[in-house]
Design a binder for this molecule. Structure first.
Ligand code: G3H
Ligand code: 13P
Ligand code: ZN
Length: 317
């Protein structure tokens, strides 16, 4: 069943976070759905602009519609990740996405508000939820490159004004994370005091954490032992997911970790089976390993085991 992110957040708020996982291909879709069903978790499927143009956005939609039939008990939202205004409108009009992110965080405050407000108006006409972003994450995003020096944490006072004026449904806050596999160097850390201050000003309002992959060191070591070169890769401590959820973080974005699973599986397989050139044996291993990974993250997010409670809450609404 495809639902909005707002519906999922209503059940999760203050108790657990929903995992938001990016997809690009069929193997990721199968692993993702299997892992969520195995762990009985509601989830968010994220589609970036890059994913929409990797094969074709229509293929992604067709795969997800098929997955909905293959896994009839799944409850998930379909969300545009880091959208610009034009892509948000395309997704809103598609009749398929139930949630979009307008990422105008690189613009000055007033312009961010104006763009976000326009998207909110168009989305709400169709019952679609809108995630907006305030503050800047480090690392490289789709269309914006932000160097470490330019990282700006979200200002709690601005967050309150931003949400009031835009009427967005959730807010991605910058608290020290960044996208990719190299999140922390030197004294960089997560700023929980910023989420706390935002929650005080916006009680009950769903917050979102981007750049939340944990970059498991075992995964990095295995990749490097099989020929990779990921020196100094570091992520968020996944033991922080639940404390963040208790402070109103309802959505935790994880993409890089899935790419690491893919890289480890493929590097090890081709190292150990140099004679193989069929992609199905390795695709099967990846789907299994990705499903295991998703289930393990859902345990840490607290979303594991919530599926039937969410279903009951949805039918009571
Ligand atoms: O925040 C970005 C996500 O990890 C998606 O990455 O734009 O390369 O698809 P992508
Ligand atoms: P990671 O790079 O930490 O997986 O973050 C993903 C993300 O924020 C997608 O929007
Ligand atoms: Zn992101």
């Amino acid at each position: 069943m495809i639902v909005t992110t707002a519906q999922l957040f209503k059940h999760a708020y203050g108790k657990y976070a929903i995992g938001a996982y990016n997809i690009n291909n069929a193997e990721q879709v199968m692993g993702l759905f299997r892992g969520n069903i195995q762990s009985q978790a509601p989830f968010i499927v994220q589609i970036s602009k890059g994913a929409r143009s990797y094969t074709d956005k229509r293929l992604l939609e067709a795969m997800l519609r098929a997955a909905e039939e293959i896994f009839p008990t799944a409850i998930f939202a379909v969300h545009l990740d880091h959208g610009d205004e034009e892509t948000c409108y395309d997704c809103i009009e598609s009749g398929f996405y139930t949630s979009v992110m307008i990422d105008a965080s690189h613009l000055p405050f007033e312009e961010n508000i104006a763009v976000t407000r326009r998207v909110v108006e168009r989305a709400h006409e169709k019952g679609i939820s809108v995630e907006a972003e305030l503050g800047r994450l480090g690392g490289v995003e789709e269309h914006v490159s932000v160097s470490e020096e330019q990282v700006f944490l979200t200002d709690p006072d601005q967050a309150e004004e931003f949400v009031r004026r835009t009427e967005c449904d959730s807010l991605a806050c910058a608290i020290g994370t960044s996208h990719g596999a190299f999140k922390f160097s030197g004294t960089q850390r997560l700023h929980f005091e910023v989420i706390e201050a935002i929650q005080k000003r916006l009680p009950g309002f769903p917050l979102v954490l981007h750049g939340s992959s944990s970059v498991p060191q075992e995964e990095v070591e295995r990749i490097n032992a099989a020929g990779g070169r990921l020196k100094g890769a570091k992520g968020v401590d996944p033991a922080q997911y639940l404390p963040a959820a208790r402070l109103g973080v309802c959505k935790i974005n994880i993409d890089t970790d899935g790419r690491l699973v893919w890289t480890r599986v493929h590097r090890e397989f081709f190292r150990d089976h140099p004679e193989v050139f069929d992609f199905r044996p390795i695709g099967k291993i990846f789907m299994e390993e990705y499903a295991k990974f998703i289930a393990s993250r859902n345990e840490l997010l607290g979303s594991a085991g919530q599926l039937e409670a969410v279903r009951a809450a949805l039918s009571a609404d």
